[in-house]
Design a protein around this ligand. Structure first.
Ligand code: NAI
Length: 444
């Protein structure tokens, strides 16, 4: 039996960040990982998609080269090289995490851990005991139970990232974050992309006005959307659905991506620890991420709160602080998010729709990329920012789409964490010419 201060199950952004921070604070840690370090984010999520997105962005710029006075450009697209560059990025980041886990206070066990009881786990035939345990097992793609021929493989986001060829026609089921990012990437690569979505608008997390404008932009780039459509079957040739007028439609596709959400990754052996969990909503936690067994915590996707790598990382720091008896002022309720389409979309706090729905008094202050000098100089005039403010001037939220929207939203997030008013924001000097002036212009 090995005894340690802290056991962590899972070495994704939540798990490895918790291990690193706890070890630096002097705790001894054993961290288990059955697969590659880095979790969904590094191996099959945020990072590989960003590598692909950068390639797609370059291709789009090349396709508009004449706008920049580069006439007659010709190029050959080498998808194998795109995949190779993505794989190099991943392995470099994986070695970074392995180095971080080589800290003298950390024991890294590359094996699947299972609960024996509320203080003990076993892996590879060995038992480990700790006063505190953090579960950070992540999430898995959800799937729809559809009629489908055995010969037809429906891909999830991980499968699509490991394709060694470029599909000519891709049909994406779901216009959520994953669906929209892949639609943008593969459209950039030259694939014919069709998206079938159940709801009226894409990206339910975003302000509906912003989401609609972003969808229209992707439509102009060549992506076809079928909104309010119900997928009924996968066929040999593609995807069958009932469109919003009730017509039965079949879309021919070489590959089909299922992007209808992710579910917390829970296991039957969690029952040995005795905390509450369910397959649908994940591990039940309180505001300090404690499970119903107080010395066991659940962070990241597995607690079903916000399936975002940065949420997992900050939850990790907060939990380690709890274990150390340290207070902190981490605002897990102010959680910015970004969707890396081209252009990007991002948000923090309340949207206009939510203010209306919840009967909150608000003023909506808008600002457009087309009125910003840097945006026009960059040839990036498409974009809108909506800043939601209370009648007293408190910043309630900000939703935007446009080039580098994520960077702008990060500033709003910092201001909200420090309870800065819209007037104070208007009085903060912003560098000219930068896209950050779009935010300041909304505040003025
Ligand atoms: P999601 O919940 O964002 O979107 C799923 C979409 O599928 C919804 O619009 C839903 O209406 C639609 N849908 C559900 N059933 C359907 C059906 N039968 N037919 C057609 N459409 C259907 O889930 P998604 O995109 O799979 O992402 C999973 C998680 O991963 C999310 O929590 C997301 O925040 C996270 N993620 C975050 C990223 C980021 O921060 N940039 C990138 C990718 C994923």
């Amino acid at each position: 039996m090995t005894k340690t201060d802290l056991i962590i199950i899972g070495a994704g952004p939540g798990g490895y960040r918790a291990a690193e921070y706890a070890a630096k604070q002097g705790l001894t840690v054993v961290i288990f990982e059955a697969d590659q370090v880095g979790g969904t984010c590094l191996n099959v999520g945020c990072i590989p998609t960003k590598s692909f997105a950068r390639d797609a962005e370059i291709i789009r710029t090349l396709n508009n080269a004449e706008d920049f006075g580069l006439n007659g450009l010709d190029y050959e697209f080498d998808f194998q090289k795109v995949v190779q560059r993505k794989n190099e990025v991943l392995s470099s980041l994986r070695s970074g995490i392995e180095t971080l886990l080589a800290h003298p206070n950390i024991t890294f066990v590359k094996a699947e851990a299972q609960f024996v009881d509320a203080h003990t786990v076993k892996a590879d035939g060995q038992e480990y005991e700790a006063a505190h345990i953090i579960v950070a097992t992540g999430s898995v793609p959800k799937t729809l139970r559809l009629e489908q021929p055995v010969s037809r493989r429906v891909l999830d986001s991980s499968d699509l990232l490991s394709l060694d060829h470029l599909p000519e026609r891709l049909c994406i089921i779901g216009a959520g974050v994953i669906g929209m990012e892949f639609a943008s990437i593969f459209n950039g690569f030259g694939t014919e992309v069709t998206v079938v979505e159940f709801l009226k608008e894409c990206l339910p997390v975003l302000d509906a006005d912003i989401a609609k404008r972003l969808r229209k932009t992707l439509e102009k780039q060549g992506v076809t959307f079928h909104m309010q459509s119900v997928v009924t079957a996968i066929t040999e040739d593609g995807v069958m659905f009932t469109d919003k007028k009730g017509n039965a439609v079949t879309i021919a596709a070489d590959e089909v991506l299922m992007a209808v959400g992710r579910a917390p990754r829970v296991f039957a052996h969690f029952n040995h620890a005795g905390f509450e969990f369910s397959e649908r909503t994940g591990i039940v936690v309180n505001e300090h991420l404690q499970t119903t067994v107080p010395h066991i915590y659940a962070i990241g996707d597995v607690n079903g709160r916000q399936m975002l790598a940065h949420a997992a990382e900050m939850q990790a720091v907060h939990v380690v602080n709890q274990i150390l008896g340290k207070s902190d002022d981490i605002r897990l309720d102010i959680m910015p998010a970004a969707i890396f389409t081209q252009p990007e979309a991002a948000c923090v706090g309340l949207s206009e729709d939510l203010c209306k729905e919840q009967g909150i008094d608000y003023v909506c202050k808008k600002s457009f990329w087309r009125a910003n000098g840097k945006a026009l100089a960059m040839n990036e005039s498409d974009g809108l920012l909506k800043l939601m403010v209370s009648p007293q001037g408190a910043i309630l939220g900000c939703h935007a789409y446009g080039a580098h929207a994520a960077d702008l939203i990060q500033e709003v997030s910092a201001l909200m964490c420090r309870q800065t008013t819209v007037e104070q924001l208007a009085h903060i000097v912003h560098i000219h010419p930068t896209l950050s002036e779009i935010l300041q212009a909304a505040a003025l």
